[in-house]
Design a protein around this ligand. Structure first.
Ligand SMILES: [Mg+2]
Length: 424
């Protein structure tokens, strides 16, 4: 037996009398204006009905209002109700429909997922292809709503009746064909409880590869860039490539660190993402195959909770061409994710990892949700979810946070520090 006192709490409320009783679905459609919802329910109020469900949505100024209510006991009363609802709707220049039936909505089936679709643009043919895949795999679309119209069009579909893993595999194939991003996550409380986000730095949080910024000052940028690209494609062992690239910095004056810090360019939406996560109580970490010389500065600038990176060795004010301490490579990144989760007291299932390179793969797989951000193909194929638009704040939509909520929080807390919405 579960010892929790909450688990034993009895349901004291009486069972609703809608279980197998007759119900009426009242649907109203037309031009939206204040007072329609009140008007409909005031009209229904005279019949002593119980409200079973209400759904309302306004799309480009048109309201669709559905009320599911218990049916009146006598056929005479029901006839009267139908007449007054239609009369009211006519006066309001609305279309009304009343359908008789039995009981409540069918309960949602097992296998419940949230499917987020990001399009830039989102085309009708992409929606047709994705929804047809959902149907073919046995899933049902229970609800759809828009999360954002800017900087991408994002919609969320609540799907039931198909296992999350299966749905994810089906939709990943279609997403690639349709050139849209699709994220499939299991429904449930875990989704609301994600409490640690761990981000890669180079080409994820920032647009640059930090070692290339250092290399530019050492005059060996092209040489370093070549090795970096091969390592990120997964063609080279990361630790080996790191040592080879760092060796090229030997003798460079360590004072260039200040210049490099100033040269770093955030990915559009990076500050919005972090600011919003922090407001929501998430802890945020970075883990980088780059260098503490830069990540320490990011921690300060962004108020991050944790960071791990390699440290360039400095002797007599010059880089030696070596790194000191434990190497943060592909396995190291996953190890740091686990450590940060322990320190943050967050189970691994409630972590989100974001990265673009082959050295992020272990971390993306270890996290509860792994997001490949504008990633190399090898990473995109292995991750739970891929985002291929260049705006980091779109990750918020994968967590079910709407653009409206992000902007409302910005209004409450005052203007953002140096970054418009997803623009710098
Ligand atoms: Mg990277």
């Amino acid at each position: 037996m579960n010892a929790s006192p909450l688990a034993a709490e009895p349901h004291t409320a009486p069972q609703p009398r809608t279980e197998d009783g007759r119900t009426l679905l009242v649907k109203v459609f037309g031009k939206d204006r204040p007072g329609i919802t009140t008007g409909l329910f005031a009209t229904l109020a005279g019949y002593g009905l119980e409200v079973v469900d209400i759904e309302q949505v306004v799309t480009r100024g048109r309201i669709t209002l559905c009320a599911l209510v218990t049916a009146p006991d006598s056929p005479g009363a029901e006839g009267g109700l139908r007449a007054v609802v239609h009369r009211w709707a006519e006066e309001q220049k609305l279309q009304a429909e009343i359908l008789s039936g039995i009981g409540d909505n069918r309960p949602r089936r097992e296998g419940r997922s949230h499917v987020t679709v990001l399009g830039h643009p989102l085309t009708a043919s992409a929606v047709a292809a994705l929804t047809s895949r959902i149907t073919e795999s046995g899933g049902n679309i229970d609800r759809v709503f828009r999360l954002a119209k800017y900087p991408v069009t994002a919609v969320e579909l609540a799907v039931s009746g198909v296992a999350t893993e299966r749905l994810r595999a089906e939709l990943a194939l279609e997403a690639a064909t349709q050139r849209v991003d699709v994220a499939v996550v299991a429904a449930g409380l875990e989704r609301r409880a994600k409490r640690l986000v761990v981000m890669d730095v180079d080409s994820t949080l920032i647009q640059d590869e930090v070692i290339e910024l250092f290399a530019a000052h050492a005059g060996c940028e092209a040489e370093v860039a070549e090795v970096t690209a091969a390592a990120m494609r997964g063609e080279l062992d990361f630790a080996e490539s790191l040592h080879a690239r760092v060796a090229l910095l030997a003798g460079l004056d360590a004072s260039v660190t200040e210049k490099v810090r100033a040269e770093v360019r955030f990915t559009p939406g990076a500050r919005t993402l972090i600011r919003t996560l922090q407001r929501l109580g998430f802890q945020v970490a970075v883990v980088s195959g780059g260098f503490t010389q830069v990540t320490d500065h990011l921690v300060e600038q962004l108020g991050l909770d944790f960071a791990a990176a390699n440290t360039l060795e400095v002797v007599d004010g010059k880089f030696t061409g070596r790194v000191v301490g434990e190497i943060v490579d592909r396995a190291g990144k996953a190890r740091w994710l686990t450590r940060f989760a322990e320190q943050a007291k967050v189970p691994l299932e409630q972590t989100v990892a974001i990265g673009d390179g082959a050295n992020d793969l272990d971390m993306l797989n270890a996290a509860g949700l792994g997001v490949a951000f504008n990633a190399k193909p090898v990473v995109r194929q292995a991750a739970d979810t891929a985002v291929n638009v260049p705006f980091l704040d779109t990750v918020l939509y994968l967590l079910g946070i709407t653009r409206e909520e992000v902007e409302a929080a910005d209004v409450l807390d005052g203007p953002a520090d140096g970054e418009g919405p997803a623009a710098g």
